[in-house]
Ligand binder design. Structure first.
Ligand code: FAD
Length: 387
Protein backbone atom coordinates (compact mmCIF):
# COMPACT_ATOMS: atom_id res chain seq x y z
CA UNK A 1 0.00 0.00 0.00
CA UNK A 2 1.32 3.43 -0.93
CA UNK A 3 0.83 5.86 1.98
CA UNK A 4 2.30 8.87 0.16
CA UNK A 5 0.06 11.86 0.78
CA UNK A 6 -1.86 13.47 -2.08
CA UNK A 7 -1.68 17.26 -2.41
CA UNK A 8 -5.13 17.57 -0.74
CA UNK A 9 -3.95 15.44 2.14
CA UNK A 10 -0.80 17.50 2.49
CA UNK A 11 -2.93 20.64 2.55
CA UNK A 12 -5.07 19.10 5.28
CA UNK A 13 -1.96 18.22 7.30
CA UNK A 14 -0.78 21.84 7.02
CA UNK A 15 -4.19 23.05 8.17
CA UNK A 16 -4.00 20.78 11.24
CA UNK A 17 -0.44 21.94 12.01
CA UNK A 18 -1.45 25.60 11.75
CA UNK A 19 -4.43 24.99 14.04
CA UNK A 20 -2.20 23.25 16.57
CA UNK A 21 0.35 26.05 16.46
CA UNK A 22 -2.32 28.59 17.27
CA UNK A 23 -4.43 26.62 19.73
CA UNK A 24 -1.72 24.75 21.62
CA UNK A 25 0.78 27.55 22.06
CA UNK A 26 2.23 28.07 25.54
CA UNK A 27 0.14 31.21 25.76
CA UNK A 28 -3.09 29.36 24.89
CA UNK A 29 -2.33 26.59 27.39
CA UNK A 30 -1.93 29.13 30.23
CA UNK A 31 -5.51 30.40 29.77
CA UNK A 32 -7.73 29.13 32.63
CA UNK A 33 -10.41 28.37 30.01
CA UNK A 34 -7.93 26.52 27.82
CA UNK A 35 -9.75 23.16 27.84
CA UNK A 36 -13.21 24.62 27.19
CA UNK A 37 -11.84 26.75 24.33
CA UNK A 38 -9.95 23.76 22.91
CA UNK A 39 -13.08 21.56 22.93
CA UNK A 40 -15.14 24.31 21.31
CA UNK A 41 -12.57 24.98 18.59
CA UNK A 42 -11.97 21.33 17.60
CA UNK A 43 -15.72 20.80 17.56
CA UNK A 44 -16.19 23.79 15.27
CA UNK A 45 -13.60 22.28 12.94
CA UNK A 46 -15.71 19.09 12.98
CA UNK A 47 -12.65 17.10 14.00
CA UNK A 48 -14.52 15.44 16.88
CA UNK A 49 -16.05 12.26 15.43
CA UNK A 50 -14.16 13.17 12.29
CA UNK A 51 -15.16 9.93 10.52
CA UNK A 52 -18.79 10.02 11.69
CA UNK A 53 -21.56 10.82 9.18
CA UNK A 54 -22.04 14.54 8.65
CA UNK A 55 -25.82 14.37 9.04
CA UNK A 56 -25.37 13.50 12.74
CA UNK A 57 -22.76 16.19 13.38
CA UNK A 58 -19.64 14.21 12.43
CA UNK A 59 -16.89 15.44 10.13
CA UNK A 60 -17.32 12.89 7.32
CA UNK A 61 -13.49 12.74 7.09
CA UNK A 62 -11.72 10.19 4.90
CA UNK A 63 -9.53 7.50 6.42
CA UNK A 64 -6.17 9.06 5.48
CA UNK A 65 -7.34 12.41 6.85
CA UNK A 66 -8.24 10.69 10.12
CA UNK A 67 -4.75 9.21 10.28
CA UNK A 68 -3.17 12.62 9.64
CA UNK A 69 -5.35 14.27 12.29
CA UNK A 70 -4.53 11.59 14.89
CA UNK A 71 -0.81 11.63 14.15
CA UNK A 72 -0.47 15.41 14.25
CA UNK A 73 -2.52 15.71 17.45
CA UNK A 74 -0.55 12.96 19.08
CA UNK A 75 2.84 14.37 18.06
CA UNK A 76 1.80 17.71 19.54
CA UNK A 77 0.69 16.08 22.82
CA UNK A 78 -2.79 17.55 22.25
CA UNK A 79 -5.55 17.05 24.83
CA UNK A 80 -8.45 14.73 23.85
CA UNK A 81 -10.88 16.05 21.25
CA UNK A 82 -13.83 15.32 23.52
CA UNK A 83 -14.48 14.28 27.10
CA UNK A 84 -16.95 11.48 26.38
CA UNK A 85 -14.16 8.93 25.85
CA UNK A 86 -16.25 5.73 25.66
CA UNK A 87 -18.94 7.57 23.75
CA UNK A 88 -16.47 8.65 21.10
CA UNK A 89 -14.43 5.46 20.94
CA UNK A 90 -17.00 2.67 20.90
CA UNK A 91 -20.57 3.59 21.93
CA UNK A 92 -20.92 6.13 19.11
CA UNK A 93 -19.48 3.79 16.45
CA UNK A 94 -21.81 0.99 17.67
CA UNK A 95 -24.82 3.32 17.43
CA UNK A 96 -23.75 4.38 13.92
CA UNK A 97 -23.54 0.72 12.89
CA UNK A 98 -26.55 -0.76 14.72
CA UNK A 99 -28.66 2.14 15.98
CA UNK A 100 -32.09 3.25 14.78
CA UNK A 101 -32.50 6.65 13.15
CA UNK A 102 -34.03 7.94 16.38
CA UNK A 103 -31.07 6.68 18.45
CA UNK A 104 -28.56 8.26 16.08
CA UNK A 105 -30.31 11.63 16.33
CA UNK A 106 -30.68 11.37 20.10
CA UNK A 107 -27.19 10.23 21.07
CA UNK A 108 -24.57 11.08 18.44
CA UNK A 109 -24.65 14.91 18.63
CA UNK A 110 -24.53 14.76 22.46
CA UNK A 111 -21.44 12.54 22.35
CA UNK A 112 -19.75 14.91 19.92
CA UNK A 113 -20.60 17.86 22.14
CA UNK A 114 -19.10 16.07 25.22
CA UNK A 115 -22.42 16.63 26.99
CA UNK A 116 -22.12 13.62 29.30
CA UNK A 117 -20.22 10.40 29.93
CA UNK A 118 -21.04 6.85 28.90
CA UNK A 119 -19.98 3.71 30.71
CA UNK A 120 -19.79 0.10 29.59
CA UNK A 121 -21.69 -2.69 31.37
CA UNK A 122 -20.29 -5.95 30.04
CA UNK A 123 -18.35 -7.72 32.83
CA UNK A 124 -20.11 -9.51 35.68
CA UNK A 125 -18.68 -11.21 38.79
CA UNK A 126 -18.72 -14.59 36.99
CA UNK A 127 -18.30 -13.35 33.41
CA UNK A 128 -15.18 -11.49 32.33
CA UNK A 129 -13.08 -13.25 29.73
CA UNK A 130 -15.99 -15.62 29.10
CA UNK A 131 -18.29 -12.68 28.53
CA UNK A 132 -20.95 -14.68 26.69
CA UNK A 133 -21.77 -16.50 29.95
CA UNK A 134 -23.32 -13.27 31.31
CA UNK A 135 -26.46 -13.60 33.44
CA UNK A 136 -27.90 -10.08 33.80
CA UNK A 137 -31.50 -10.70 32.80
CA UNK A 138 -33.83 -8.54 30.68
CA UNK A 139 -37.47 -9.63 30.35
CA UNK A 140 -39.79 -7.95 27.88
CA UNK A 141 -42.93 -6.44 29.45
CA UNK A 142 -45.00 -4.53 26.88
CA UNK A 143 -42.98 -1.56 25.63
CA UNK A 144 -40.25 -2.07 28.22
CA UNK A 145 -37.56 -4.49 29.29
CA UNK A 146 -37.24 -5.22 33.00
CA UNK A 147 -33.58 -5.65 33.94
CA UNK A 148 -32.23 -7.53 36.98
CA UNK A 149 -28.60 -8.42 37.66
CA UNK A 150 -25.14 -7.10 38.46
CA UNK A 151 -22.19 -5.67 36.55
CA UNK A 152 -18.67 -5.15 37.87
CA UNK A 153 -15.51 -3.15 37.00
CA UNK A 154 -17.75 -0.60 35.26
CA UNK A 155 -15.35 2.28 34.55
CA UNK A 156 -16.80 5.73 35.13
CA UNK A 157 -20.16 4.36 36.37
CA UNK A 158 -20.35 6.93 39.17
CA UNK A 159 -20.24 9.90 36.80
CA UNK A 160 -21.92 8.52 33.66
CA UNK A 161 -25.37 9.44 32.43
CA UNK A 162 -25.81 6.37 30.19
CA UNK A 163 -24.57 2.79 30.12
CA UNK A 164 -24.27 0.45 27.14
CA UNK A 165 -25.52 -2.71 28.83
CA UNK A 166 -25.30 -6.36 27.86
CA UNK A 167 -28.20 -8.45 29.13
CA UNK A 168 -29.53 -11.94 28.47
CA UNK A 169 -33.07 -12.11 27.08
CA UNK A 170 -32.97 -15.81 26.20
CA UNK A 171 -31.52 -18.38 28.61
CA UNK A 172 -32.40 -21.34 26.40
CA UNK A 173 -30.10 -21.13 23.39
CA UNK A 174 -27.76 -23.80 22.00
CA UNK A 175 -25.01 -21.27 21.42
CA UNK A 176 -24.28 -19.01 24.43
CA UNK A 177 -23.51 -16.12 22.05
CA UNK A 178 -27.20 -16.07 21.08
CA UNK A 179 -29.80 -14.63 23.43
CA UNK A 180 -27.67 -11.63 24.42
CA UNK A 181 -29.34 -8.24 24.06
CA UNK A 182 -27.71 -4.81 24.13
CA UNK A 183 -29.64 -2.01 25.84
CA UNK A 184 -28.88 1.68 26.30
CA UNK A 185 -29.88 2.51 29.88
CA UNK A 186 -30.03 5.80 31.75
CA UNK A 187 -27.96 5.53 34.91
CA UNK A 188 -30.47 7.52 36.97
CA UNK A 189 -33.29 5.06 36.17
CA UNK A 190 -35.02 3.82 39.35
CA UNK A 191 -33.42 0.54 40.49
CA UNK A 192 -29.84 1.29 39.32
CA UNK A 193 -27.34 1.36 42.20
CA UNK A 194 -23.63 2.21 41.80
CA UNK A 195 -21.11 1.04 44.42
CA UNK A 196 -17.60 2.39 43.70
CA UNK A 197 -14.58 0.05 44.05
CA UNK A 198 -11.21 1.47 45.12
CA UNK A 199 -8.26 0.38 42.96
CA UNK A 200 -4.65 -0.14 44.11
CA UNK A 201 -3.69 3.39 43.01
CA UNK A 202 -6.28 4.69 45.49
CA UNK A 203 -8.90 6.03 43.09
CA UNK A 204 -12.47 4.80 42.63
CA UNK A 205 -12.54 4.86 38.87
CA UNK A 206 -14.68 1.74 38.50
CA UNK A 207 -17.69 0.36 40.31
CA UNK A 208 -20.16 -2.45 40.82
CA UNK A 209 -23.53 -1.63 39.28
CA UNK A 210 -26.71 -3.34 40.48
CA UNK A 211 -29.98 -3.47 38.52
CA UNK A 212 -33.21 -4.21 40.36
CA UNK A 213 -36.39 -4.21 38.27
CA UNK A 214 -34.99 -1.43 36.09
CA UNK A 215 -37.46 -0.50 33.35
CA UNK A 216 -35.87 0.28 29.97
CA UNK A 217 -37.99 1.40 27.00
CA UNK A 218 -37.80 -1.00 24.03
CA UNK A 219 -36.75 1.97 21.87
CA UNK A 220 -33.41 1.78 23.72
CA UNK A 221 -32.63 -1.66 22.29
CA UNK A 222 -29.41 -1.43 20.25
CA UNK A 223 -29.38 -3.86 17.33
CA UNK A 224 -31.75 -6.84 17.32
CA UNK A 225 -33.05 -8.59 20.42
CA UNK A 226 -30.89 -11.65 21.19
CA UNK A 227 -28.26 -10.54 18.65
CA UNK A 228 -26.33 -8.22 20.98
CA UNK A 229 -23.14 -10.27 20.63
CA UNK A 230 -22.51 -8.80 17.18
CA UNK A 231 -22.83 -5.27 18.63
CA UNK A 232 -20.29 -6.15 21.32
CA UNK A 233 -17.78 -7.74 18.97
CA UNK A 234 -17.84 -4.60 16.85
CA UNK A 235 -17.59 -2.29 19.90
CA UNK A 236 -14.72 -4.34 21.36
CA UNK A 237 -12.78 -4.14 18.07
CA UNK A 238 -13.12 -0.34 18.29
CA UNK A 239 -12.09 -0.41 21.97
CA UNK A 240 -9.06 -2.58 21.24
CA UNK A 241 -8.00 -0.51 18.27
CA UNK A 242 -8.27 2.63 20.45
CA UNK A 243 -6.24 1.03 23.21
CA UNK A 244 -3.58 0.22 20.62
CA UNK A 245 -2.90 3.76 19.42
CA UNK A 246 0.77 3.91 18.43
CA UNK A 247 1.49 7.64 18.28
CA UNK A 248 1.01 8.11 22.03
CA UNK A 249 3.51 5.33 22.71
CA UNK A 250 6.20 7.06 20.68
CA UNK A 251 6.00 10.14 22.89
CA UNK A 252 5.83 7.97 26.04
CA UNK A 253 9.05 6.19 25.01
CA UNK A 254 10.70 9.55 24.27
CA UNK A 255 9.84 10.57 27.85
CA UNK A 256 11.44 7.41 29.29
CA UNK A 257 14.53 8.02 27.14
CA UNK A 258 14.64 11.63 28.43
CA UNK A 259 14.39 10.34 32.00
CA UNK A 260 17.24 7.87 31.30
CA UNK A 261 19.45 10.65 29.94
CA UNK A 262 19.04 12.97 32.90
CA UNK A 263 19.14 10.38 35.71
CA UNK A 264 22.45 9.08 37.08
CA UNK A 265 22.79 5.31 37.58
CA UNK A 266 26.04 3.92 39.01
CA UNK A 267 27.86 7.18 38.34
CA UNK A 268 26.74 7.71 34.75
CA UNK A 269 23.52 8.56 32.92
CA UNK A 270 21.10 5.61 32.98
CA UNK A 271 20.93 5.91 29.18
CA UNK A 272 24.50 4.55 29.08
CA UNK A 273 23.61 1.43 31.05
CA UNK A 274 23.64 -1.53 28.59
CA UNK A 275 20.70 -3.28 30.31
CA UNK A 276 18.51 -0.16 30.13
CA UNK A 277 19.62 0.53 26.56
CA UNK A 278 18.62 -2.98 25.49
CA UNK A 279 15.18 -2.70 27.06
CA UNK A 280 14.58 0.73 25.51
CA UNK A 281 15.64 -0.62 22.11
CA UNK A 282 13.25 -3.56 22.46
CA UNK A 283 10.38 -1.21 23.36
CA UNK A 284 11.24 0.87 20.30
CA UNK A 285 11.23 -2.24 18.08
CA UNK A 286 7.83 -3.34 19.43
CA UNK A 287 6.38 0.13 18.78
CA UNK A 288 7.71 0.00 15.22
CA UNK A 289 6.08 -3.43 14.80
CA UNK A 290 2.80 -1.95 16.05
CA UNK A 291 3.12 0.95 13.63
CA UNK A 292 3.54 -1.44 10.70
CA UNK A 293 0.63 -3.55 11.93
CA UNK A 294 -1.41 -0.36 12.17
CA UNK A 295 -0.66 0.24 8.50
CA UNK A 296 -2.04 -3.21 7.75
CA UNK A 297 -5.30 -2.27 9.48
CA UNK A 298 -5.27 1.00 7.59
CA UNK A 299 -4.86 -0.79 4.26
CA UNK A 300 -7.87 -2.94 5.13
CA UNK A 301 -9.95 0.09 6.05
CA UNK A 302 -8.93 1.94 2.88
CA UNK A 303 -10.28 -1.04 0.95
CA UNK A 304 -13.60 -0.57 2.75
CA UNK A 305 -13.21 -3.68 4.93
CA UNK A 306 -14.19 -3.80 8.62
CA UNK A 307 -11.66 -4.20 11.43
CA UNK A 308 -12.10 -7.21 13.68
CA UNK A 309 -9.74 -9.70 15.34
CA UNK A 310 -6.52 -8.13 14.03
CA UNK A 311 -6.77 -5.27 16.54
CA UNK A 312 -5.91 -7.88 19.21
CA UNK A 313 -2.30 -7.94 17.97
CA UNK A 314 -1.60 -4.34 18.93
CA UNK A 315 -3.71 -4.65 22.08
CA UNK A 316 -1.35 -7.44 23.17
CA UNK A 317 1.81 -5.45 22.38
CA UNK A 318 0.33 -2.43 24.14
CA UNK A 319 -0.14 -4.53 27.29
CA UNK A 320 3.54 -5.54 27.20
CA UNK A 321 4.65 -1.94 26.68
CA UNK A 322 2.42 -0.55 29.45
CA UNK A 323 4.22 -2.72 31.97
CA UNK A 324 7.69 -2.60 30.43
CA UNK A 325 7.93 1.18 30.01
CA UNK A 326 6.63 1.72 33.56
CA UNK A 327 9.14 -0.78 34.93
CA UNK A 328 12.10 0.74 33.05
CA UNK A 329 11.17 4.19 34.38
CA UNK A 330 10.79 2.90 37.95
CA UNK A 331 14.13 1.09 37.72
CA UNK A 332 15.82 4.27 36.49
CA UNK A 333 14.30 6.23 39.35
CA UNK A 334 15.49 3.65 41.89
CA UNK A 335 14.37 4.23 45.47
CA UNK A 336 12.63 7.53 44.62
CA UNK A 337 10.14 5.53 42.56
CA UNK A 338 8.41 4.57 45.84
CA UNK A 339 6.90 8.04 46.02
CA UNK A 340 3.64 9.07 44.43
CA UNK A 341 2.58 12.44 43.09
CA UNK A 342 0.94 13.50 46.35
CA UNK A 343 4.17 13.13 48.35
CA UNK A 344 6.43 16.12 48.96
CA UNK A 345 9.61 14.09 48.55
CA UNK A 346 8.54 12.66 45.19
CA UNK A 347 11.48 11.92 42.90
CA UNK A 348 12.16 12.86 39.30
CA UNK A 349 8.96 13.53 37.30
CA UNK A 350 7.10 13.90 40.64
CA UNK A 351 6.17 10.24 40.82
CA UNK A 352 4.15 10.27 37.64
CA UNK A 353 5.73 7.02 36.49
CA UNK A 354 4.79 5.43 39.81
CA UNK A 355 1.16 6.45 39.45
CA UNK A 356 1.26 5.39 35.79
CA UNK A 357 2.72 2.02 36.71
CA UNK A 358 -0.08 1.43 39.23
CA UNK A 359 -2.59 2.04 36.45
CA UNK A 360 -1.39 -0.83 34.23
CA UNK A 361 -4.52 -3.00 34.73
CA UNK A 362 -6.57 -0.52 32.69
CA UNK A 363 -4.45 -1.15 29.61
CA UNK A 364 -3.56 -4.78 30.26
CA UNK A 365 -6.88 -6.22 31.55
CA UNK A 366 -9.48 -3.66 30.40
CA UNK A 367 -10.84 -4.62 26.96
CA UNK A 368 -9.76 -8.28 27.45
CA UNK A 369 -6.69 -9.89 29.04
CA UNK A 370 -3.47 -10.76 27.14
CA UNK A 371 -4.39 -14.48 27.24
CA UNK A 372 -7.68 -13.74 25.55
CA UNK A 373 -5.92 -11.69 22.85
CA UNK A 374 -3.56 -14.65 22.32
CA UNK A 375 -6.54 -17.01 21.97
CA UNK A 376 -8.17 -14.66 19.42
CA UNK A 377 -4.94 -14.37 17.41
CA UNK A 378 -4.40 -18.15 17.50
CA UNK A 379 -7.95 -19.13 16.56
CA UNK A 380 -9.24 -16.35 14.34
CA UNK A 381 -6.08 -15.07 12.65
CA UNK A 382 -3.74 -18.07 12.57
CA UNK A 383 -6.58 -20.60 12.28
CA UNK A 384 -5.09 -22.88 14.95
CA UNK A 385 -7.35 -25.58 16.44
CA UNK A 386 -9.12 -24.81 19.76
CA UNK A 387 -7.90 -27.91 21.64
C1 FAD B 1 -9.02 -0.98 34.91
C2 FAD B 1 -10.13 -1.84 34.39
C3 FAD B 1 -11.23 -1.26 33.80
C4 FAD B 1 -12.29 -2.06 33.36
N1 FAD B 1 -13.39 -1.44 32.84
C5 FAD B 1 -14.44 -2.21 32.47
C6 FAD B 1 -15.65 -1.57 32.00
O1 FAD B 1 -15.73 -0.35 31.91
N2 FAD B 1 -16.69 -2.36 31.69
C7 FAD B 1 -16.64 -3.73 31.77
O2 FAD B 1 -17.62 -4.36 31.43
N3 FAD B 1 -15.51 -4.34 32.20
C8 FAD B 1 -14.43 -3.62 32.56
N4 FAD B 1 -13.30 -4.23 33.04
C9 FAD B 1 -13.33 -5.67 33.24
C10 FAD B 1 -12.45 -6.42 32.25
O3 FAD B 1 -13.01 -6.43 30.97
C11 FAD B 1 -12.31 -7.84 32.82
O4 FAD B 1 -11.61 -7.73 34.05
C12 FAD B 1 -11.55 -8.73 31.88
O5 FAD B 1 -12.31 -9.02 30.75
C13 FAD B 1 -11.14 -10.05 32.57
O6 FAD B 1 -12.23 -10.67 33.20
P1 FAD B 1 -12.15 -11.15 34.73
O7 FAD B 1 -11.66 -10.02 35.56
O8 FAD B 1 -13.46 -11.78 35.08
O9 FAD B 1 -11.00 -12.26 34.76
P2 FAD B 1 -11.12 -13.78 34.31
O10 FAD B 1 -11.89 -13.87 33.05
O11 FAD B 1 -11.62 -14.56 35.48
O12 FAD B 1 -9.61 -14.13 34.00
C14 FAD B 1 -8.69 -14.47 35.06
C15 FAD B 1 -7.41 -14.98 34.39
O13 FAD B 1 -7.69 -16.17 33.63
C16 FAD B 1 -7.25 -16.02 32.27
N5 FAD B 1 -8.20 -16.68 31.37
C17 FAD B 1 -9.57 -16.62 31.43
N6 FAD B 1 -10.10 -17.34 30.41
C18 FAD B 1 -9.07 -17.83 29.68
C19 FAD B 1 -8.98 -18.63 28.50
N7 FAD B 1 -10.06 -19.04 27.85
N8 FAD B 1 -7.73 -18.93 28.02
C20 FAD B 1 -6.62 -18.51 28.66
N9 FAD B 1 -6.65 -17.76 29.80
C21 FAD B 1 -7.84 -17.41 30.30
C22 FAD B 1 -7.22 -14.52 32.03
O14 FAD B 1 -6.30 -14.18 31.01
C23 FAD B 1 -6.79 -13.98 33.39
O15 FAD B 1 -5.40 -14.04 33.51
C24 FAD B 1 -12.23 -3.48 33.48
C25 FAD B 1 -11.10 -4.06 34.06
C26 FAD B 1 -10.05 -3.27 34.51
C27 FAD B 1 -8.88 -3.93 35.13
Amino acid sequence: MDFKLTSEEEAFRDEVRAFIKENLSEEARKDPNFMATWLKNVREKRWVGFNWPEEYGGGGGGIMEQVILKEEMSKAGAPPLGTSMMGLQWVGPAIIEYGTEEQKKQFLPDILDSKYQWCTGYSEPGSGSDLASLQCRAVRDGDEYVVNGQKIWTSGAAYSKWIILLTRTDFDTEDKHDGITCLLVEMDSPGVEVRPIKNMAGSSHFAEVFFEDVRVPVKNLLGDESKGWAVTVSALAHERSGISEVAGLVSQLAQVVGLAKRTQKNGRPASEDPGIRQRLAKADAVIEGMRLNGQRFLTKQLKGEKLSSETSINKLHRAFLAIEMGEIALEIQGSTSQYTESTDGAGDDLGRWTSGALGWPAVVIGGGTPNIQRNIIAERILGLPKD
